[in-house]
Design a protein around this ligand. Structure first.
Ligand code: 13P
Length: 281
């Protein structure tokens, strides 16, 4: 049984001055590719899926698979609902055995975000699960519609964490979901100020397209969980395309293996970076 809560993984990563990778999945091949990379490298990971993606991957189907993958893995794995938008979906994930949930109430006014996050914390605690919340607005389109970046106000971050009791805080420091048109200018000065005012582990969304140097600076600035979604999906699609392009008649089983391989490669590269194994890049 290797299903754990992600606060433990973030704490452990912090002791090694690293971060735990949180990889978004959408099908069985993705789950298998992430777990294979984690097991081979002997590092814990977080498996997650955003509520917005459940139209393609219904929670009642993919949720039990994610939980089973964690329970049967040889490394510790947390299972997280990413960007939970409704209490109903959050409750469903908790019922399925997810060990953490993220509430994305970032577009609500401060007091309403506090109230909603506090309620989710209460609910998750009754299941023995932990909670990630977001303050400020991460750009892109993962929770709800396309969003403009609004950096987290460091002055509010401390109060937010104390009043909600959340276990992790997703920060907005110039990061965005999806493909960056140009390299993002991450506000490490803001990250430093948030870290000075908070005691919970900090989470970086929008990991796709960031450079190893950005990850290194983010981890040094207190980031303990880094989310990777787009590059995993893209790597899987690229490997599938390359396999199909090389044959006249596609074989489903080989296609499935190519998809797992694409996710495995992308996940392993990120785990190495986050675990500090490539610290001298
Ligand atoms: P990317 O799609 O940019 O990797 O972002 C992932 C993420 O933050 C999921 O919440």
């Amino acid at each position: 049984m290797a299903l754990v809560t992600m606060d433990r993984l973030m704490d452990r990563a912090g002791q090694k001055n690293g971060a735990v990778g949180a990889f978004n999945v959408g099908n069985m091949e993705m789950v298998m590719g992430v777990v294979q990379a984690a097991q081979e490298l002997g590092e814990p990971v977080i498996l997650q899926i955003a509520q917005k993606r459940l139209g393609h991957s219904p929670l009642s189907l993919i949720g039990p698979m994610m939980v089973a993958a964690a329970e049967n893995a040889t490394v510790d794995i947390a299972v997280n609902l990413d960007h939970g938008l409704t209490l109903e979906c959050i409750r469903q994930a908790l019922e399925l055995g997810f060990s953490s949930v993220m509430l994305d109430a970032s577009s609500l006014p401060f007091e309403e975000n506090i109230e909603a996050s506090r309620r989710v914390k209460e609910l998750a605690s009754s299941y023995g699960a932990v909670v990630e919340a977001e303050l400020g607005v991460v750009g892109g389109n993962e929770g709800g519609g396309e969003k403009q970046i609004r950096c987290t106000e460091p002055e509010s971050a401390g109060e937010f964490c104390v009043r909600t009791g959340v276990d992790a805080l997703a920060v907005a420091i110039g990061n965005a979901h999806g493909v960056y048109a140009a390299l993002p200018e991450l506000r490490f000065d803001i990250l430093d100020q948030i870290r000075e005012r908070t005691r919970v582990p900090l989470v970086l969304h929008g990991g796709t397209g960031m450079t190893p140097e950005m990850f290194r600076r983010a981890i040094n600035g207190g980031i303990r969980k880094i989310n990777i979604a787009t590059s995993g999906l893209q790597s899987m699609a690229d490997y599938a395309r390359d396999y199909c392009a090389g044959v006249t008649k596609a074989d489903y089983f080989k296609l499935s293996e190519a998809m797992v391989e694409g996710v495995y490669k992308n996940t392993a590269a990120h785990i190495r970076l986050f675990a500090g194994q490539l610290r001298n890049f």
